[in-house]
Design a protein around this ligand. Sequence first.
Ligand code: XMP
Length: 305
Amino acid sequence: MVDVESFVADATEEIRAELGDSKAIIALSGGVDSSTAAALAYEAVGTQLYPVYVDTGLMRKGETEEIEEVFGYMENLRVVDAEERFLDRLAGVTDPEEKRKVIGEGFIREFERVANEVDADYLVQGTIYPDRIESEGNIKSHHNVGGLPEAVDFEGIVEPLRDLYKDEVRDVARHLDLEEIIAERMPFPGPGLAVRIVGEVTKEKVEVAREATAIVEEELEAYEPWQAFAAVLGRATGVKGDNRVHGHVVAVRSVESRDGMTARAQELDWETLQRLQSRIAGTIDNVSRVVYDVTHKPPATIEYE
Ligand code: XMP
């Protein structure tokens, strides 16, 4: 375990030395790593830092507002409203891999635009030690903006968390007074709600996934899941009032896990399940059915696409 105070002192000194008078950007995702790297870099160089948050329209309820609140003290924070562009990019895309690719490229285009606009020389990234090990081993590519260093001609890349493990990053986050909600938040995938919608992403389905996920997070908080969310699977017939409707099928997923590599579906009591279905089908207009996903990982993955 690192000594947090001396880590912060050394890291800020190092960032200052590396950047000199240059400007830097950092892609904020709302996750712990990029949030902590941004807070450290801001502490080091203040207004030379341009934190960029891209609102893809695929975020959880209230997430963008939270980012604006938590990082509003950074003078050069840029919140990019890219919802329409992402929905346009995703129109007609049904293949899961293609979906991820389209979103990854979309992120790069958005950041590229801001980096060129502010004339940033450096890129700050929240890469942590396990990311480096996994990337070196080519296990998976981690960063939603992984192609950014190639797309923009940066003078250098600064990775202040490169030697830390996740729990150490959380310690640093707490030390820097990053809101509890960010330091303790459930993991959320880079492609956002898009991987919780089976098939084509539309504004309506995103809205259903977002509203239903907010209900699931609230109802299942006491179960302390590793991740709990709602996904939109397709359509099925139901009855609302006097009418038969062809509404959305919403799946509730709640899993326990240590590292996301394997996971177990949580055992929920009937009353909780019924409250979930009643709130989700009862308050979200076009939902006709709610199901609970009892599949562990493997054979399923945690996300749906
Ligand atoms: P799966 O669905 O593969 O997910 O069982 C394992 C863990 O990784 C998260 N996940 C992602 N995180 N970008 C991310 O930053 C992604 O593309 C991505 N896909 C999955 C998922 O939420 C779970 O915690």
